[in-house]
Write a protein that binds this ligand. Sequence first.
Ligand SMILES: Nc1ncnc2c1ncn2[C@@H]1O[C@H](COP(=O)(O)OP(=O)(O)OP(=O)(O)O)[C@@H](O)[C@H]1O
Ligand SMILES: [Mg+2]
Length: 511
Amino acid sequence: MILATLVVFVLVVIGFWLIPRVLSRTAVGHFLQSMWRDLEECFHRHQIYKIPKFNQQMQENQVYRKVLTYLNSLPSAEDSDFVNLLSGNNKPNEINLVIDSANQVVSDTYLGSQIFWKFEKDCLVLKMRRREKRRILSSYLQHVHNVTDEIEQKKKEIRLYINAVNEPENGRWISVPFGHPATIDTSVLDSDLKNKMKSDLESFLKSEQYYHRLGRVWKRSYLLYGPSGTGKSSFIAGMAKFLRYDIYDVDLTKITNDSDLKLLLLQTTRRSMIVVEDLDRYLLDKSAAVNLSGILNFMDGIISSCGEERVMVFTVSNKEQVDPAVLRPGRIDVHVHFPLCDFPAFKTLANSHLGLKEHKLFPQVEEIFQTGASLTPAEIGEIMIFNRGSPTRALKNVISALKSNTDSKVVPVTSNKKEEPFRLTHSVSVGGALGVPSGLLDHGGSVGLPPRLMHSGSARTVEESRGSRSFRGESIPTVKEIKKFYGLLKTKTSKKENIDKENSRHEVSVF
Ligand SMILES: Nc1ncnc2c1ncn2[C@@H]1O[C@H](COP(=O)(O)OP(=O)(O)OP(=O)(O)O)[C@@H](O)[C@H]1O
Ligand SMILES: [Mg+2]
């Protein structure tokens, strides 16, 4: 008797444990579940909303499109009975799951409430409990809108816009897909600084409500400053990719007057990055079509006249030469300094360009950096790329170029400007002074330099060739020569080079 009771008890326990598991994995279970759900819903009054595919003018209803995108992103979409597998629009290798629209019901949960979406012919039907609609309807629709926006933003192809001469058919901007490979992570900068920039951009993206609560327009401005070839433009590419914003690259030399500049800005879209490169050089040009007040109006005016969700980025070689009115808090929110290469940056470049984590020549390189020698990351990067077949030769050439830089150094241009007290400034300084080793080139000094650079100025000296540094009778390339050789030089205008080379500090100042 006791044994029989025990057996029954064990069977009951197993039954209770087993049956739900079996049911949850079988079609019978699925059927029973949906029956139960329908039965439960029978006891509630429901509110139905229809979202037609087309509006009264037979144009696509944007709400329908957004809801469809939202539904396809739900985890329950994957579990729905019929799912189509479709290739991506511009990416044939990508496979997307898309709910088959034939009479399917997709359920969603929001703030603890069950919501049902039904696909009908040319419309979507939203069903929710009537007593809950007041509590959740508007915030649920806002949630659908936000999620869809985020998905579309992620999928969006970034475009680069450049201002052309006015063409009535094409407008002021000509655009191309933006395929620059640089990211914030590939920039050789102090990692703390990169993280600060990322979190600054991230918090900007999430701050719409915050800005509006303060009565401020949702926008942020950045000043990237540092010598030519320190990675400012590449960083802009990284920022745009991080934000997934289009870039509007304003070429001020094509602007005819102040109102022309304003009109140009009116034709930009939200969620875009407006970039003005080399602002210092433009402001110094007395024949420029737009003067300082025009630029200030442009910096402020964009906010009110062209909408929100904009990031503005200005680059300058030398911040000291820019009128303080341009840089004041409110016009520029964040200052980012792009320094010359220091030893840690050199090691990062050696790792990424040559695959070197350590090398017997590193101590020599470090010593030379400690003497105060430095080159731009662009200069060091190009030497490494050119010699990537032989890391040792690459390092020897870097050492030679650094040595020549120390030899040809004039009195450092230093700034006495004091930081304003309320700035949050992050600094990483480059250190000391040590001797430079000799006899580092194994194949006659310039082996390993790009061929164009080997004979470009071999007979010239520093005095004869402005900006070209002489080393053992051979010319060491300037960044401009290297860029020209690799087709990297912009045709715009000549650049004032390496003005504040000795000021090798990373800096982010947040106002
Ligand atoms: N900090 C850096 N990190 C990674 N790459 C860099 C860095 N600095 C320069 N480079 C490389 O050097 C080249 C030139 O850089 P970039 O054009 O971004 O410099 P820039 O500061 O904008 O110069 P300019 O003021 O002359 O416009 C690019 O190929 C870039 O990849
Ligand atoms: Mg640049």
